[in-house]
Write a protein that binds this ligand. Structure first.
Ligand SMILES: [Zn+2]
Length: 278
């Protein structure tokens, strides 16, 4: 499943924010066999190839090189690129959504505590915050009617129900926080956790939507289904489309490092580009 237009190169986008990966810019001497990674030019500069985006970057020769020669091919950097990098970008986008949900539920936990057991002077502000949280909860967890409706009428609920609401909000904050952190770090088990959590709550989400259609519930359902579909289909969870072995084979096709380390893309010798590799 390709989410970016074909003419967009995710490697260029990534390098523009994280910097290029140019091992040739930190060695004292470039040998003839290194010409796929870097080549000396006149006036103390050299062209260094980025191993992520394949661009050639014009840099000054290093004043304090880290080593005399480039390491052996199996010691060279192997940055993510191609399909692997595109998937990392999308999964990190999902992690950001989960992180925002975690922040929202954490604030809700604090607001419930202040409203029920906190300082009387802050009770009105906490009630306003909790009541507005009910609308956002409709898109974050539309299937949980207790949480969604309870937040909107907290002042009418007894302490026991408020305690259950607190437990739910805290549980979601922890779940979304764990998903956010470990999706960002690229852990496959976090992708499974995300899918299982969505699938478990999906019947309740659909029931809530059948009961009453709101924009928040509809947006929440569409977003959750899109995340579930993307993770299962593209990340090949639960053995779908050959599972993880098939996914690794596809990614390996983009990153044949033996070939990538030895074959140079066309060098722009006529009009070199300036840049600042990391
Ligand atoms: Zn680059």
């Amino acid at each position: 499943m390709r989410l970016l237009p074909r003419h967009w190169r995710v490697e260029v986008l990534w390098c523009s924010t994280s910097g290029h990966v140019t091992p040739a810019d930190q060695v004292a001497v470039l040998r003839p066999q290194d010409d796929a990674l870097g080549i000396d030019r006149d006036a103390g500069s050299r062209l260094c190839r980025c191993l992520r985006c394949d661009d050639w970057i014009n840099v000054s020769n290093p004043n304090q090189p880290e080593s005399k020669f480039l390491p052996e091919p199996d010691q060279l950097p192997r940055p993510e690129r191609g399909k692997a990098l595109e998937e990392t970008l999308v999964v990190r986008g999902i992690a950001v959504i989960r992180g925002l949900h975690c922040l929202f539920f954490s604030l809700t936990v604090i607001a419930i505590i202040i409203f029920e057991w906190g300082l009387p002077g802050l009770r009105d502000e906490a009630q306003t915050l909790v009541e507005s949280a009910g609308s956002i909860a409709e898109s974050s967890r539309p299937g949980n009617s207790l949480l969604v409706s309870g937040l909107q009428k907290l002042s009418d609920l007894d302490a026991e129900v408020a305690l259950r609401l607190l437990g739910l909000a805290l549980g979601y904050a922890i779940l979304e926080g764990v998903e956010a952190v470990y999706l960002w770090r690229g852990k496959r088990w976090a992708e499974y956790l995300t899918v299982i959590a969505i699938a478990t709550l999906l019947p309740y989400t659909i029931y809530a939507l059948v009961e009453k259609v709101t924009v928040f519930r509809l947006v929440g359902l569409v977003l959750e289904l899109a995340i579930l579909g993307y993770l299962v289909w593209t990340k090949r969870l639960f053995g779908v489309r050959g599972g993880n072995p098939a996914l690794e084979r596809v990614i390996d096709e983009d990153t044949d490092w033996t070939r990538l380390h030895r074959s140079a893309p066309v060098r722009p010798l006529a009009t070199p580009k300036s840049g600042h590799p990391d």
